[in-house]
Design a protein around this ligand. Structure first.
Ligand code: NZQ
Ligand code: ZN
Length: 392
C-alpha cells in the first residue's frame, strides 16, 4: 500500500426527511446568506426546493436562487452564478439536485473568490486556492459529487468538458434523503449506478500491490450496488435499495476505496469526450467505454480481472486459463448493463464511428501529457482502438 493522506470535511445528514434540517445545519456551519443552485426543474416539481428554502428562512438565513444547471453543466451559468454571489455577498453555496447542479455550484463557489476567469481552473492554468463553503441536497445517486473533491464543467463554445480535482471544493455538508431519488426515471437511476460502479473500477484496476483492504471494500460495494440497482429499477420507491445506492455512491467516490493505491481514470477521460460532444448521460457513456476498455487492457493483468470476475460476478476460476474467467466477468458486466437499460455500443449511445479520431485526439492526456490512465497508460491511438471495440 502507498502512503496517503485523506481529509473528509463533509458533514453527512442521511435518511428520511432530512432535507427539513438543511437550514439548521447550514447555520451551524456558519452560512448566513445562501445561494441555492439547482437544475432544470425536477426540484421545483417535487416541492423539494420550497422545503429547502423554507428551512433556510426559518433559521433567518438570506436566500438567493439560481436554477437552470443542465446535465453536463455549462460555463455560461457558472459565470452568472459568480456575478450573483459577488453582487449579493453570498457566504455559502448550496447545490440542490444531481451531479450537474452540484458541480455547477462548486464551480461558482471556486470562481467567486478568484480575481481572474474561473475557466483558468478548468483549463489547468491555475490551481484554485479558495472556495466558498459548499453544501448539497442530493437527488441522484451516482456522481459522488456530494463529498468528492471534483467538479466537471463544459465550455459551451467548444464543447470541451473538463474536471478539476481540488480539496478546497469538497462539500462541508451533504443532506442525503434516499426518498428524494424515488422520482428518478429508470434511465437516470441506471446511469447513476453505472457511474458508481465505474468510480469503483477506476480505483480497482491498479498496479499497486498489497491493497487487500481497498480491494475488498470495492468488491463489497460492487456486490451491493448490483443487487440494489435491480431492485430500485423494478421498485422505484424501495427505500432500502435507494438507501444502499445513495451511500454506495458516496463511498465509491470520496476516495475511501482509492487511497494507498495508484488509480486509473482512463474510462472517465474518454467518456467526458462522449458526453461533451453528444450531450449524453455520463453514466451511459461509461457503460459503452468501460467494457471496451476492459477488453483492451485485460491482458495487462489477467489475474486482477479474473479476481473481479470470481468475487463480484460469481464466475468459477479457471486456473489453467484465467483469461477465460476474466473475459466471462466482462461479459457478465455487459449483460448487467444491458439488463438495467444502459447502452453498450457507440451506436446505442448515439455516437458516430467517424468521430472516433476526433474523440481520441481530444481525450485529456492526464498522465505526463502523453497518455491517459495509469493501469495501462493509453496514447490517443490506443483510445481509438478502445472506441473501435465499442463500435459493434
Ligand atoms: O435538471 P433536473 O430537472 O434536476 O433533472 C435532472 C436531469 O435531467 C434529473 N434528476 C435529478 N434528480 C432527479 C431528477 N429527475 C427526477 N427526480 C430526481 N430526484 O436527472 C437528470 C440528470 O441529472 P444530472 O445532475 O445531470 O445527473 P448526474 O448526477 O449523473 O450528474 C452528471 C454530471 O456529473 C459529472 C458528470 O460528468 C456530469 O456532468 N460528474 C461529476 C463528478 C464529481 N463532481 O465528482 C464525478 C463523475 O465522474 C462525473 O464526471
Ligand atoms: Zn463518473
Amino acid at each position: 500500500m502507498l502512503n496517503f493522506e485523506l481529509h473528509l470535511p463533509t458533514h453527512f445528514v442521511f435518511g428520511k426527511g432530512v432535507e427539513l434540517e438543511t437550514g439548521k445545519k447550514v447555520k451551524e456551519l456558519g452560512g448566513s446568506h445562501v445561494l441555492v443552485h439547482y437544475g432544470t426543474g425536477s426540484v421545483v416539481r417535487s416541492g423539494l426546493l420550497n422545503r429547502v428554502v423554507a428551512s433556510l428562512k426559518e433559521e433567518g438565513i438570506q436566500v438567493e436562487l439560481l436554477g437552470g444547471a443542465i446535465p453536463n453543466p455549462l460555463d455560461t451559468l457558472v459565470y452568472e452564478g459568480i456575478e450573483l454571489v459577488r453582487k449579493t455577498g453570498v457566504d455559502f453555496v448550496l447545490g440542490v439536485g444531481g451531479g450537474s447542479a452540484i458541480d455547477s455550484a462548486k464551480a461558482i463557489a471556486l470562481g467567486a473568490p478568484y480575481d481572474g476567469d474561473f475557466w483558468d481552473f478548468y483549463s489547468y492554468k491555475v490551481v484554485p486556492q479558495a472556495c466558498i463553503p459548499v453544501g448539497v441536497v442530493l437527488t441522484l445517486s451516482g456522481t459522488g459529487s456530494e463529498s468528492s473533491n471534483s467538479s466537471v464543467i463544459t465550455r459551451s463554445a467548444t464543447r470541451v468538458k473538463r474536471g478539476v480535482n481540488v480539496e478546497v471544493q469538497r462539500p462541508v455538508l451533504a443532506i442525503m434523503n434516499p426518498e428524494l431519488t424515488y422520482t428518478l426515471p429508470p434511465y437516470q437511476t441506471a446511469a447513476g449506478v453505472t457511474d458508481i460502479m465505474s468510480h469503483i473500477l477506476e480505483r480497482y484496476f491498479t498496479n499497486t500491490p498489497d491493497v487487500e483492504v481497498t480491494d475488498r471494500l470495492c468488491e463489497g460495494l460492487l456486490l451491493t450496488v448490483i443487487h440494489a440497482a435491480k431492485l430500485a429499477i423494478r421498485e422505484p420507491d424501495n427505500y432500502n435499495a435507494r438507501a444502499q445506492l445513495m451511500w454506495a455512491g458516496t463511498l465509491a467516490h470520496n476516495n475511501l476505496c482509492g487511497v494507498g493505491r495508484q488509480q486509473d481514470w482512463a474510462c472517465h477521460a474518454i467518456e467526458h469526450e462522449l458526453s461533451g460532444l453528444y450531450d449524453v448521460a455520463h453514466g451511459a457513456g461509461l457503460a459503452v467505454v468501460t467494457p471496451a476498455w476492459m477488453r483492451y487492457t485485460m491482458h495487462h493483468n489477467t489475474l486482477r480481472f479474473a479476481q473481479l470476475a470470481e468475487r463480484v460476478w460469481g464466475c468459477s476460476m479457471n486456473y489453467e486459463h484465467p483469461e477465460y474467467t476474466a473475459l466471462e466477468g466482462i461479459i457478465r458486466f455487459e449483460h448487467f448493463l444491458r439488463d438495467i437499460g444502459m447502452p453498450v455500443t457507440l451506436k446505442e449511445l448515439g455516437a458516430k464511428a467517424e468521430d472516433i479520431p476526433y474523440l481520441a485526439a481530444h481525450t485529456k492526456m492526464g498522465n505526463a501529457g502523453t497518455h491517459t490512465g495509469y493501469f495501462v497508460p493509453l496514447t490517443p491511438k490506443d483510445v481509438e482502438k478502445v472506441l473501435h471495440l465499442a463500435d459493434k
